[in-house]
Design a protein around this ligand. Structure first.
Ligand SMILES: Nc1ncnc2c1ncn2[C@@H]1O[C@H](COP(=O)(O)OP(=O)(O)OP(=O)(O)O)[C@@H](O)[C@H]1O
Ligand SMILES: [Mg+2]
Length: 405
């Protein structure tokens, strides 16, 4: 096996699963080569909790993906997520002079630099710098002002910030597993990339990536990323409730939740019964399936209310005209979409990542939206870099390419 320079590798190190995906860059786009998904160890809610175990998970995922793809991996683009992610919006600008003149690429760079130079708390750094719009002589909505005439140029930026140490620990894990990290990317941003449609982004839509430990949010309006945030509830909170409520081990609670869980108790026939293994040597018991739903329902309502309150507090709830798109493994819980629709009073749909060429069907599920989005992001940035190296593009074009514009 040898390294190939026409392949890209991406790594999604989640609380529940660690996945490595290798794709080939062909003339007609990305083509799947191989992947491996294994249970995560040593990472929780976007934080590395046990370095050695996390290194082993990444090493296993990469080695198994290499076998399938029949090539070796040197570099990867890696996802970052969890409650340490915080989005802020910043505005900055420059004067072009007292008489109108043409806006140059240099002006745009200076303007963006001005807007990004906000004072961040210690241990916090900018993960993404997402230009929302330029404002030329108080005229908003300009996407690329290069070559236009004006006296004053301003920009609205959405900055996705992360804890530096949390991010560095993820990089260390990948490095110790033998992988150099090319880039780190916010999970929900790439999950949005692989699942949201252009018309939804235009009308206003929120992507909710319901993972194991938390729910990452990314909101688009008029085609631009305008808000990012995290709600500290994920699929594992439901599993814990089931374990406590049914007095069964966590592994059994996870299986029961996936097989029989429902978040709308009135939809579960009263006569249905499920077998629940007991803790220790006690025999398993038969319990009403509705009782399981009664455990899950309040947690579903809590999650949806937290999302609603988070968006309302940020002043962006009313901008979700196209509603919400649910991604992540947690979104597969039966009935969750319905609860979400009732609480948020918006249309809800399940995410399904765009199919890459030869992508196995099991990766076309909502919990792989981040993974597929990472591959699309890595592809776009590689293409943008090549075009820049060839002197064809500009830095701004590279920024828009990263945004998928
Ligand atoms: N069919 C299903 N029904 C209900 N819940 C499910 C189902 N499949 C997966 N889940 C839940 O989804 C969660 C895992 O989701 P996902 O794989 O997106 O997490 P992750 O990316 O590893 O975690 P994170 O993004 O929080 O770090 C677990 O809590 C799991 O119980
Ligand atoms: Mg995830």
């Amino acid at each position: 096996m040898k390294p190939q320079n026409n392949t890209i590798t991406v790594l999604d190190i989640g609380s529940a699963k660690t996945v490595a995906l290798i794709c080939e860059i062909g003339d007609s786009g990305l083509r799947y080569r191989g992947h491996a998904s294994i249970e995560s160890r040593g990472s929780r809610k976007g934080i590395i909790t046990e370095l050695d175990k996390a290194v082993q998970s990444v090493h296993r995922a990469v080695t198994e993906a290499e076998k399938v793809a029949e090539c070796t991996v040197g570099n990867a683009v890696v996802s970052i997520g969890g409650p340490h992610i915080k989005g802020i919006t910043s505005r900055g600008g420059i004067s072009l002079g007292s008489r109108p003149r043409e806006v140059s690429r240099e002006d745009i760079r200076n303007c963006v630099e001005k807007a990004r130079s906000v004072t961040l708390p210690p241990d916090r750094e900018i993960l993404h710098l997402l230009p929302q719009e330029f404002i030329l002589d108080d005229q908003p909505g300009v996407r690329d002002p290069a070559g236009m005439m004006g006296c004053k140029l301003e920009v609205n930026l959405h900055l996705v910030t992360a804890s530096s140490s949390a991010m560095q620990n993820v990089i260390t894990v990948a490095n110790r597993a033998g992988v150099h990290v090319d880039n780190t990317v916010y999970e929900a941003l790439v999950a949005a990339d692989s699942t949201l449609r252009a018309d939804e982004k235009e009308l206003g839509v929120c992507l909710a990536d319901i993972g194991a430990g938390s729910t990452d949010l990314m909101l688009y309006y008029e085609g631009m990323a305008i808000h990012s945030g995290v709600v500290p509830v994920g699929g594992d909170h439901f599993t814990n409730d089931v374990a406590v409520g049914l007095r069964t081990p966590l592994v059994e609670a996870e299986k029961i939740k996936k097989a029989f869980g429902h978040t709308v108790s009135s939809k579960v026939p009263e006569s249905n019964e499920i077998e629940v293994p007991a803790v220790g040597d006690r025999p398993s018991r038969l319990m009403p399936q509705r009782f399981l739903a009664e455990i899950l329902e309040p947690r579903a309502v809590e999650l949806c209310e937290l999302m609603r309150d988070h968006l309302q507090h940020a002043g962006v709830l009313d901008l979700c005209g196209a509603g919400m798109v649910l991604a992540g493994g947690g979104s597969r819980l039966t009935g969750l979409g319905e609860v979400c629709e009732q609480v948020l009073k918006r249309p809800i749909r399940m995410a399904s990542p765009v199919p890459l060429s030869r992508l196995p069907v099991q990766l076309a599920e909502p919990e792989f939206a981040t993974l597929v989005g990472l591959a699309m992001y890595a592809h776009r940035t590689t293409v943008a870099r090549i075009s820049q190296d060839n002197g064809l593009g500009s830095r701004l074009r590279a920024i828009w390419a990263k945004l998928g514009a």
